[in-house]
Design a protein around this ligand. Structure first.
Ligand code: AMP
Ligand code: MG
Length: 269
């Protein structure tokens, strides 16, 4: 099954308008077939992660951004199940601490960039510094406006030094968010996920979407592309993401390193 990944990749310097992009799209893929394909890709991902680790030449950074209830946590759980936990790390970026705020905004981020051989996943990221920071006026506009350029330069450094970068925006509608928030209220086992403060963020939906439009428009580059993933059909969301990850790692054409000994000459008593 060939998925139209180009369709979801944001072309560099294009103008994104999330309002016009469907969030329920399933690409016309049959759900049963789509799920089977996903399980296959997930097995490929586990093998590719092992090769990444063994080859020890590259790293992979995977960034997830979404509105609240967009499904970042469940995507990470579902896509990376099966990958060796020793080769992967997930960082969830929260509001910065006092110490973090006293540094430049990329300081805490750089520390979590993946070392060679590893896959690092960002659940939220440096993009919050042009999203929530912009919407809530946490720094003056002249400061956040410069950040798109910094972010592109930062990601270029990581890329030039051997890190592959892919970024996913999980796209949902305001109505879908309402359903998901209601579910958190209705189900006692989901109450812990409900944060009354999220309602204040929801009230600023249009401002957040505008901030996302800008970030996705300015910061999708050849070396660190953004993908806008329709995220309301969760099986299709997972399928698209697994497919991008497998394609990205496959493009490295990895081989296992050659042994420094001749296995045929070694006898184990
Ligand atoms: P959650 O992902 O639901 O646990 O929430 C994390 C919270 O941290 C969200 O409300 C984010 O907007 C907030 N956050 C993450 N990064 C930043 C940042 N750089 N500045 C301000 N708030 C942030
Ligand atoms: Mg939250």
């Amino acid at each position: 099954m060939k998925l139209p990944m180009d369709h979801y990749r944001v072309k560099p310097d294009s103008k994104v308008d999330l309002c016009k992009i469907p969030s329920q799209d399933d690409g016309g893929v049959d759900k049963i077939k789509g799920k089977a394909q996903f399980r296959k890709l997930r097995r490929n991902l586990a093998t590719l992660q092992e090769a990444l680790y063994a080859q020890h030449k590259h790293a992979l950074l995977v960034v997830f951004q979404a509105m609240d209830t967009g499904g970042k946590d469940s995507t990470i759980r579902s896509v990376f199940t099966g990958v060796n936990p020793a080769g992967i790390s997930v960082t969830s970026f929260k509001a910065p601490s006092t110490e973090e705020r006293d540094h430049d905004y990329l300081w805490r981020i750089h520390d979590h960039a993946p070392p060679t051989g590893m896959i690092h996943v960002f659940n939220r990221s440096h993009y919050e510094d042009v999203l929530v920071v912009r919407v809530k006026n946490l720094v003056p506009a002249q400061r956040w406006k410069r950040r798109y350029e910094h972010i592109n330069a930062f990601e270029k450094i990581l890329h030039d030094e051997g890190t592959m970068i892919v970024k996913f925006y999980l796209h949902i509608s305001k109505d879908y968010q309402k359903e998901r928030l209601q579910r958190r209220l209705d189900r006692p086992d989901k109450h812990w996920k409900f944060n009354p403060d999220d309602l204040a963020e929801r009230a600023r939906w249009a401002e957040y979407q505008a901030a996302y439009d800008a970030a996705l428009s300015h910061c999708s580059t050849k070396h660190a592309p953004w993908y806008i993933i329709p995220a309301e059909r969760r099986w299709y969301r997972d399928l698209l993401i697994a497919s991008v990850l497998v394609d990205t790692l496959t493009s490295l054409k990895m081989n296992y390193p050659q042994p420094t000994f001749d296995p045929a000459t070694i006898a184990i008593e």
